[in-house]
Design a protein around this ligand. Structure first.
Ligand code: DQA
Length: 146
């Protein structure tokens, strides 16, 4: 039987601290909690996920390249603060054909001015923000329909 289509779920700086990091903004779920629910949802949708986190920009770039090399169906990308600063991530998303869905737990547009610009959003297929951990599941639903 053919392997199920693969969706990369990439998480950037400080998201390893989810659950204890500013829970009033980001919620009390850990990244492992989110991964567990996404695994279940992926199975139900006939997909597989590969979920990773790094505090290092270069890892995220390498993984975006890898997603294309592995012919992933899509990438869900929560690049954390790199969303707002990283031209290198902008270039990486542009450089691959794999569709990238930008995900944020919070709604950056409703927060400090420096979060209003998104380099990732300029080149992403779409953006899901402001729904907390549920956003990852909504993004996976969207990926399934691409
Ligand atoms: C975030 C929003 C970013 O502005 C912030 O730097 C993060 C988390 C979110 O998921 O809401 O690290 O990406």
């Amino acid at each position: 039987m053919a392997a199920p289509p693969l969706v990369y779920v990439l998480n950037g700086p400080n998201l390893n601290l989810l659950g204890m990091r500013e829970p009033e903004i980001y919620g009390s779920d850990t990244l492992d909690d989110i991964a567990g629910r996404l695994e279940d949802k992926a199975k139900a949708l006939g997909l597989a996920i590969d979920m990773r986190q790094s505090n290092h920009e270069g890892h995220l770039i390498d993984w975006l390249h890898e997603a294309q090399a592995k012919e992933a169906k899509a990438v869900l990308l929560n690049a954390g603060a790199l969303t707002h600063t990283s031209l290198a991530l902008y270039d990486a998303v542009r450089a691959i054909r794999t569709p990238v869905i930008e995900v944020h737990l919070s709604n950056p547009a409703a927060r400090e001015g420096f979060r209003h610009h998104s380099y990732v959003g300029m080149v992403a297929k779409g953006v899901i923000a402001g729904f907390g951990a549920l956003g990852y599941e909504l993004a996976l639903d969207a990926a399934a329909r691409l």
